[in-house]
Design a protein around this ligand. Structure first.
Ligand code: FEO
Length: 170
């Protein structure tokens, strides 16, 4: 059984993951409207992964006999000046999500909740990956500047990204 405080914190995290999905969907739609089809594909897959993250927490809550409570999702931005600005925002966003996961870890340690700690380990590792991926795109698009040729090849490379079901949902 997980405590009331942990249940509330995980429900908050489920909301944050769905908020992340909504943000990335918004980025995908903005990129698509500006013909950055590869960038749109990258963010659309990111959106699917965030829904998976929410689902992993939902499954954990259900497995523990806790109740998932869905709350309204915070408004997101609808337009960015460039793919670089999108990736910079996504890096900032992932850093914020990392802080939330670390807070959850701290709470689970305080409550001696080893089941939640065990579940959170996957998310701690995932956040390292999420920040690394966003940082890579920020670096690539920063170097590209306004060079149309480089931007076009970066966009083409991002169109090859494929969705993979994360391990906890396989
Ligand atoms: Fe659910 Fe992008 O972290």
């Amino acid at each position: 059984m997980i405590t009331k405080d942990i249940q509330e914190a995980i429900n908050k995290q489920i909301n944050a993951e769905l908020w992340s999905a909504y943000l990335y969907l918004s980025m995908a739609m903005d990129a698509e409207s500006k013909m950055y089809r590869g960038v749109a594909n990258w963010f659309f897959i990111q959106c699917l992964e965030e829904q998976d993250h929410a689902r992993i927490f939902q499954n954990f809550m259900n497995d523990c006999g806790a109740r998932v409570i869905l709350a309204p999702i915070e408004k997101v931005t609808n337009e960015w000046d460039s793919p670089l600005e999108m990736f910079q925002d996504s890096l900032k966003h992932e850093q914020e999500v990392t802080s939330m996961i670390i807070e959850l870890v701290r709470l689970a340690v305080k409550e001696k909740d080893y089941a939640t700690l065990s579940r959170l380990k996957w998310f701690v590792d995932e956040q390292v990956e999420e920040e690394k991926n966003a940082r890579k795109q920020v670096a690539d698009f920063s170097r590209a500047g306004d060079d149309f040729g480089i931007l076009t090849s970066l966009d083409a490379a991002l169109s090859t990204r494929k969705y993979c079901t994360p391990l906890p949902l396989q």
